[in-house]
Design a binder for this molecule. Structure first.
Ligand SMILES: [Zn+2]
Length: 175
């Protein structure tokens, strides 16, 4: 279930899109990153590496694994935007994101420190790529698997990411 912290992060993502005038589907996540001041680099990274965010002396770099599926690259960029937007006060540092941290860290119920930051970045990424307002207005009365597939295509996210998002919004029940 979505707690109020997750909801607050969701709102931050939507507010950011609104401020940047990018609240349209599919969300132009590269432009979000650039408007946040990040330079995007697409690299040949190890397969278990989604990407990283490096903030050093005022220069911000987001690196993305160019060998991953485009939808996954979008999620990685959105995740790094989450670190940048939510955790910027931590100053110069490197966030390295292994595949598991951008996929499996979702439950914030009993987490602390860096793991919590990863969960928040994932929640932010989901909110950024699938803004609640834009998603709910496109929902048919009864959702079929084909609808989920269509929504995933429209928002340019994986079906897995869309399914998780719909569960966290309470539209779908976890099976
Ligand atoms: Zn991360």
């Amino acid at each position: 279930m979505r707690n109020r912290y997750a909801k607050a992060i969701d709102q931050k993502a939507t507010e950011l899109l609104r401020e940047l005038d990018l609240l349209t589907v599919p969300v132009n996540v590269e432009e979000v990153a650039q408007k946040l001041g990040a330079e995007l680099v697409y690299g040949d990274l190890e397969d278990d590496m989604s990407g990283f965010l490096l903030r050093e002396k005022g220069v911000v770099t987001i690196a993305v694994n160019k060998l991953h599926h485009p939808n996954r690259q979008r999620f990685t960029i959105a995740h790094e935007c989450g670190h940048l937007h939510l955790h910027g006060e931590q100053g110069d540092r490197l966030w390295v994101d292994k595949a598991y941290s951008t996929i499996f860290y979702r439950d914030a119920s009993s987490s602390s420190g860096d793991k919590l930051a990863e969960i928040q970045a994932n929640q932010f990424a989901a909110g950024l790529l699938m803004p609640e307002a834009l998603l709910t207005e496109q929902l048919p009365p009864e959702l079929s698997d084909v609808d989920i597939f269509r929504l995933a295509l429209r928002f340019q996210v994986s079906e897995q990411a869309m399914t998780l998002r719909l569960v966290s919004l309470g539209v779908l029940t976890e099976s």
